[in-house]
Ligand binder design. Structure first.
Ligand SMILES: *Cc1c(COP(=O)(O)O)cnc(C)c1O
Length: 408
């Protein structure tokens, strides 16, 4: 079963923002890779909670506090089920993907020694580069980088060859936020594990398009952000295998993460709370479960099918434009379309598209090493979500056809 035009219109009804104007024009929102829009049920839940049930979690004996705790823990179990993790203790709430990777780099990275090596890839988001570089302030750690081929796929032979007796960690993205490439993360995890090396998978771009299965992938850590999967901002998830999380020191200290505090000696709370210092964003965490409801009701397979059809259609039509160059042509690709028109600057294209109501992202997309590898300063990036339509893809193409002669 796939989504009909009528289904898409019904879905669009859930997103009030889609009926706003930009200037005089209808908004065409094609910046879903940066953040997706939010369905009414999520917005309503946030409003409901602030209006009716706001109380801090964990510490309270009173009814409202217990309701807040129940809601937060409900989302934790919802996420656990969604990603097929063994236990709720393996689900840690963070502020987002970025904080989740920083947590792992800082806490798991505590055990790394001078001379150790970490494997990353050239297509990583800065969030999966800089936290590892921060470790280099205190330790002489080497970062080895997997390259891509002309289609924007990782060079798996080179990846294999990077492992040696110094390798202590591998961290790579599930889906590239620039190229759209879906990486073979299960195979890459198996390769790392055959060398006894633990793995983090950055799922920020995968979680809106597929259901990441922890048992299937077999990775040690998996991270993603709620705001890219129709949920509220300010919430991220770190999945970690329990034995590893238990062996790691806390990331931040404060309330919630302790068992007992004295000035002589403090003991830490059990998982997952050991890694959740301070008051969490409990309202947005609670509302995040409504975003998972939305994805589940719509069907993650339906979402992906629709996005892939849009991608195929938009790619084909984009190639009608003279001078167009598309970055990322992997056969296994998510609905991310990065391109440039001739020598035109990506910013100028994005600026003119905005004048026509079309919202795309321009620039380096937090992936400067990838831009350097491609030999360009940046790209124009259009990306699709389940609520986008073929008419919107047409609007993008028609706008580009008007813009191209102005810039070339
Ligand atoms: C967006 C993104 C991040 C960072 O996510 P935040 O929500 O900004 O923390 C990391 N990796 C990839 C691949 C992304 O697309």
């Amino acid at each position: 079963m796939s989504l009909s035009d009528k289904d898409i219109l019904k879905i669009r009804d859930e997103f009030p923002i889609l009926s706003r104007k930009v200037g005089e024009r209808d908004l065409v929102y094609l910046d879903n890779t940066a953040t997706s829009l939010t369905p009414r049920r999520v917005v309503s839940e946030i409003e409901f909670l602030y209006a009716n049930s706001k109380a801090n979690v964990h510490r309270g004996v009173h009814t409202l506090s217990q309701e807040a705790t129940d809601r937060q823990e409900h989302t934790r179990r919802r996420v656990q089920g969604w990603i097929n993790a063994d236990s709720f203790e393996e689900i840690i709430f963070t502020r987002g993907t970025t904080e989740a990777i920083n947590l792992v780099a800082s806490s798991f990275g505590d055990r790394f020694k001078d001379g150790d090596e970490i494997i990353l890839t050239v297509m990583e988001h800065h969030a999966n580069i800089v936290p590892w570089q921060l470790l280099q302030r205190h330790k002489d750690i080497k970062i080895r980088v997997v390259d891509i081929n002309d289609r924007g796929e990782l060079d798996l032979d080179q990846y294999r060859s990077l492992f040696n007796e110094h390798t202590v960690f591998a961290s790579f993205t599930h889906i590239s936020n620039v190229l759209g490439t879906v990486n073979p993360v299960k195979e890459m995890t198996e390769i790392a594990h055959s060398h006894g090396v633990p793995v983090l998978v950055d799922g920020a771009q995968a979680s809106p398009h597929l259901r990441p299965d922890m048992k299937d992938i077999g990775c040690d850590f998996y991270v993603f952000s709620s705001h890219k999967m129709y949920g509220p901002t300010g919430v991220g998830v770190l999945y970690g295998r329990k034995e590893l999380l238990e062996s790691m020191p806390p990331y931040q200290g404060g309330g919630e993460m302790i068992k007992h505090v004295s000035f002589e000696h403090t003991t830490f709370a059990d998982l997952p709370f050991k890694f959740e210092a301070g008051t969490p964003d409990f309202i947005d965490i609670a509302a995040f479960s409504k975003a998972i409801d939305f994805i589940e009701e719509t069907g993650i397979g339906n979402i992906r099918d629709h996005e892939e059809k849009l991608l195929d259609y938009a790619t084909k039509r984009l190639l009608e434009i003279p001078g167009i160059k598309v970055y990322g042509n992997a056969p296994h690709k998510a609905a991310v379309l990065s391109f440039n028109i001739g020598e035109a600057h990506n910013y100028d294209v994005g600026f003119l598209l905005d004048k026509m109501g079309v919202a795309v992202r321009t620039g380096h997309h937090c992936a400067q090493p990838l831009m350097e590898r491609l030999g360009i300063p940046g790209t124009v990036r259009a990306s699709f979500a389940v609520y986008n339509t073929f008419e919107e893809a047409d609007k993008l193409i028609e706008a580009l056809k008007r813009i191209a002669p102005m810039l070339l």
